[in-house]
Design a protein around this ligand. Structure first.
Ligand code: NI
Length: 198
């Protein structure tokens, strides 16, 4: 379990990232050519729970979503995956091509096989990706994602991590975020906007 102070700190981190996201979104809306843009996301080639490699270059023309987490997560990750599955279920065929990538920040324990069996509880459009310990810092950095290993009382460890879902458009550019525990209708509206964007 996260201590209250940690929750507050991580909420602050999430808000800071959301602030950047809102700024980028406004920038897009206003087409202000001179405003600085903050790049969120970048190319990746990672081992997938569905077998083989997912190469972001092959996703061109297709929007996708990215979430960082780990399978031993007690609450935030399963909740996010559950909420995402529920949204995908409601969107049905509207989101039939939408891929959602769950990138583990705990590659030590989360093998692709483990990710595969864990994700059977959720919508099949959610694909697990496992960066190697060497690949993880780069992909997390490109999404401005924070993660850290924390020793737990039982001598094991847990991971703290950013809990935002990143929405990426057909060009592979940052489109916006889904925020932890926001209203389901807000989440659905954001996903619909992403899917309709040309
Ligand atoms: Ni988590």
């Amino acid at each position: 379990m996260l201590k209250p102070l940690r929750i507050v700190l991580w909420a602050a981190v999430a808000l800071a990232v959301a602030g950047v996201a809102a700024y980028v979104y406004l920038d897009r809306q206003n087409s202000v050519a001179t405003a600085p843009t903050v790049a969120i996301g970048g190319p990746f080639k990672l081992a997938a729970s569905t077998g083989g490699i997912v190469d972001s270059a092959q996703l061109k023309g297709q929007p996708f979503a990215v979430f960082f987490g780990f399978t031993h997560c007690p609450d935030v990750c399963p909740t996010t995956l559950y909420e995402m599955s529920s949204a995908l279920g409601k969107l049905g065929d509207e989101a039939k091509d939408l891929k959602v990538f769950f990138i583990t920040v705990d590659p030590e324990r989360d093998t692709t096989e483990f990710l595969k069996s864990y994700l059977t509880s959720f919508d099949p459009r959610i694909v697990g990706l496992r960066p190697t310990p060497d690949e993880l810092p780069q992909v997390a950095k490109s999404y401005r994602v924070f993660y850290e290993k924390v020793a737990s009382e039982d001598g094991d460890y847990t991971m703290n991590h950013t809990a935002l879902v990143y929405l990426m458009d057909r060009e592979g550019k940052f489109f916006g975020t889904l925020d932890y525990e926001e209203k389901p209708e807000v989440r659905l509206a954001k996903l619909r906007r992403l899917l309709k964007e040309e």
